[in-house]
Design a protein around this ligand. Structure first.
Ligand code: DGL
Length: 267
């Protein structure tokens, strides 16, 4: 029987995790939930994120999945305990996965304001490497400028320069993309940093970590095969999500509208 892999994010950002993992395991089924009705998560407070996490877990509890990937750093940083405590299946987060694999000592993190406020990246990195110097930079403007039908590169470039400057001044050796939306603008970010600075997408580390559970990878010979076993759900505007996904998946997926609210919540 095929393994059913669940993933969620507030929007299209988690597609960076989906693509990375689903391409390696095209023979499994993927269930992607985007809580588009409540995007952005990154400006929400701790209580709101934890409440949302409970609703997401309730929904996934009805989807018969075998493993859940938290494709959202904001939820990962603030509510991983809720997710772990209320699902009886393995749960994989981005923050724990990447923190184990960063080799440099001077590390910058770009993330949403809520993720930065949680300090989760700094704690996770220092747990593994107490010598590390970590600087976290909130990027409040990125998600709203990535979640659009047409990307305005000039606007994103101006924001990226502002957010990268403190990290480059601090002479970081690696920059972790601590929000799953940010790998979508890697080409732009790469233009703005010296080539000796490593840009790290935590989804790569997550896909390595997953091998112990999902087994050997299969490299998808037909680049799109992985999409045929995938289902996409949103909490608002399925058409908008489908159109935006096309920018990143190259096809318009079929997207179904679901409601996460008014369900009996887990405690
Ligand atoms: N992509 C998510 C993250 O990794 C959430 C972004 C948002 O909704 O602000 O943090």
């Amino acid at each position: 029987m095929s393994i059913r892999v669940g993933l969620f994010d507030s929007g299209v950002g988690g597609l960076t995790v989906f693509k990375r993992v689903a391409k390696l395991y095209p023979h499994f089924s993927f269930i992607y939930l985007a809580d588009t009705a409540r995007i952005p998560y990154g400006s929400k407070n701790l209580n709101e994120i934890r409440k949302i996490a409970k609703e997401i877990v309730s929904w996934f509890n009805m989807q018969n999945i075998d493993v859940l990937l938290v494709a959202c750093n904001t939820t990962n940083s603030i509510a991983l305990d809720i997710i772990n405590n209320n699902l009886n299946i393995p749960v994989y987060g981005l923050i724990e996965s990447v923190s184990l694999m960063v080799e440099d000592d001077r590390i910058g993190v770009l993330a949403t304001p809520s993720t930065v406020k949680s300090n989760a990246y700094t704690k996770a990195i220092l747990d593994f490497n107490p010598k590390a110097f970590v600087i976290e930079q909130p990027c409040p403007g990125f998600v709203s400028n990535i979640e659009v039908d047409y990307i305005n590169v000039d606007k994103l470039r101006t924001l990226a320069i502002e957010y990268l400057t403190p990290l480059l001044k601090a002479e970081v050796e690696s920059i972790i993309l601590g929000c799953s939306h940010y790998p979508l603008i890697i080409p732009l970010l790469s233009e703005l940093i010296p080539s000796k600075v490593n840009l790290i997408d935590p989804a790569v580390a997550l896909s390595f970590k997953l091998e112990s559970f999902l087994g050997a990878k299969i490299i998808d010979p037909n680049k799109r095969e992985y999409l045929t076993n995938s289902k996409f759900y949103v909490t608002s505007d399925p058409d908008k999500f489908a159109i935006r996904s096309k920018n990143w998946l190259n096809i318009c997926p079929e997207v179904e509208l679901v409601s996460l609210r008014n369900k009996a919540c887990v405690s």
